[in-house]
Design a protein around this ligand. Structure first.
Ligand code: GRF
Length: 216
């Protein structure tokens, strides 16, 4: 069986990208990473990818005359790597419907809130301001509506007295580093079944029926 290949897209620090690369390296995720793509020429994720020996493509938004031209190049770049899965790991741009439709069911995103609460930017500050007692992260399939696709995994953390956006973000980030590799692994093991908004996680037995005719 061929090993699934990933493209990771990230815009900055890249700690989620690192978590995926580490879990590929230790064998937890049965995949290869074909490339890291970033829109930010100064992103630290570039160094992380190079250290891991993963090719990097920089597609800087500002060097294109408009969003359409940018997305055309992005599609061309992603398709050049022919990935089975595109992982948005801290990719800070909203993607247009063309690209989202092209990768429907094979593009996932991590968001630092328990969706559907606190979508969009500064989710952790939104949670603090609202006064929730539990926060967390969500990994979901990407659809045309921002932060609204079928949910794959959520992990929770408590919101503590005196938390700031920053302290809460740190606590959530630790959970992101578990949730995102887990979702990628499930996808690579063909264990995510999407029906409408619902994602069912198949057990390994459901996904690996016994060989025909053995009766096993
Ligand atoms: C993460 O909190 C992610 O959920 C959000 O942006 C942050 C990226 O962090 N979308 P990193 O670049 O993966 O360290």
């Amino acid at each position: 069986m061929t090993v699934p290949s990933l493209v990771i897209m990230a815009s900055g620090r890249g700690s989620n990208a690192q978590a995926i690369l580490d879990r590929i390296a230790d064998g937890y995720i049965p995949a290869t990473c074909a490339a890291v793509i970033t829109d930010n020429p100064d992103a630290y994720v570039i160094e992380r990818a190079r250290t891991a020996g993963v090719p990097v493509s920089v597609v800087p938004f500002r060097s294109f005359p408009n969003r359409e031209a940018y997305e055309d190049r992005l599609i061309e770049t992603i398709c050049g790597y022919d990935p089975d899965l595109v992982v948005l790991a801290g990719y800070m741009r909203i993607l247009g419907s063309g690209i989202v439709r092209m990768f429907a069911g094979r593009m996932i995103n991590i968001h630092p809130s328990l969706l559907p609460a606190f979508s969009g930017l500064h989710a952790q500050e939104q949670a603090i301001r609202y006064g929730v007692k539990v926060a967390g992260c969500t990994v979901h399939f990407v659809t045309e509506e921002m932060d609204a696709g079928p949910v794959i995994i959520q992990r929770t953390v408590p919101v503590l007295d005196g938390d700031t956006g920053e302290t809460l973000a740190g606590r959530i980030l630790e959970e992101e580093h578990t949730a995102l590799p887990e979702a990628v692994r499930l996808f690579c093991e063909h264990r995510l079944e999407i029906t409408g908004r619902l994602v069912r996680v198949l057990s390994t037995e459901e996904n690996c029926p016994s060989p025909q005719g053995t009766g096993a």
